[in-house]
Design a binder for this molecule. Structure first.
Ligand SMILES: [Zn+2]
Length: 263
């Protein structure tokens, strides 16, 4: 089995954390904020000495490919992410799907998302499954279920990033068994995973550390035997002590039957 690549997630302005993340993680996934400073980021990344994967700014920054009224801001945020991907040679640019706002119907939401990515297509684009909240601030995304991804993929050749916590919360909000829901997503051949600590009955993701939640992460058995397991980004609280990150990496390698890498 080839060695699994485990990444840590940072924001583009966490300059002071790149060096230490570079010491424990195999790669760093960077979310490009709207007002990011490319030169300062280049300096920080040079201290990390690890490959960079780019995550486009998401809904909290105004990104919504599902709402035609948000085209300009969404396109601008995507252009920033493309610029950063060029600079750091990132093979992937992770984007979020559209979400429900301004009373758009769910079919319209999906159609708009497809149209946006057809117009702004880039072969590095990887779309991430998001939750399906019934009770929280955001109600529905255009990619919350395996079927949503199949529909999108038929129209525009985006790759899939499977966020396990989002899948669990989506399954629970729809009263579906989370493990088989994840299994359906895995059949769609994701090229990257997002992982964080969550309880199996949770309706909301919390970006907790793996060792701080009650979960045996048995769903990781579903990927254990894949010949080349896609990279896994740990989306935990970046500001935690570095030992917390090391502990998560150790747990993850054990769960996937991998030897602990010497640090
Ligand atoms: Zn994301």
């Amino acid at each position: 089995m080839t060695k699994i690549s485990i990444g840590g997630k940072l924001y583009s302005k966490n300059y002071e954390l790149f060096e230490i993340f570079g010491k424990v993680y195999d790669f760093i996934e960077v979310l490009i904020e709207p007002d990011f400073n490319i030169n300062a980021l280049v300096d920080a990344v040079s201290l990390a000495k690890k490959p960079i994967t780019i995550h486009c700014a998401h809904q909290h920054f105004g990104f919504n490919p599902g709402n035609t009224k948000k085209f300009q801001i969404t396109k601008k945020l995507l252009d920033n992410a493309i610029l950063a991907a060029e600079k750091f040679n990132s093979p992937t640019i992770i984007v979020h799907p559209g979400f429900e706002e301004d009373t758009i119907s769910s079919q319209q939401l999906k159609n708009n998302t497809i149209e946006f990515f057809k117009n702004c297509f880039d072969k590095r684009l990887v779309i991430e499954n998001c939750p399906y909240y019934k009770t929280f601030e955001l109600t529905k995304y255009s990619l919350s279920t395996p079927k949503d991804f199949s529909d999108i993929k038929k129209a525009v050749p985006l790759k899939l990033a499977l966020d396990f916590s989002h899948a669990i919360s989506s399954a629970n909000c729809q009263a579906k068994p989370p493990v088989s829901f994840i299994e359906e997503f895995i059949k769609l051949k994701p090229c990257l995973f997002h992982l964080s600590g969550i309880e199996m009955d949770s309706q909301k993701d919390s970006h907790n550390h793996l060792f701080l939640v009650k979960n045996k992460f048995e769903y990781l058995n579903l990927i254990k035997d894949i010949q080349n397991i896609p990279p896994i980004t740990l989306e935990t609280k970046y500001s935690s002590p570095i030992e917390y990150h090391q502990k998560d990496i150790e747990i993850l390698r054990k769960l996937l039957n991998q030897e602990q890498k010497k640090i």
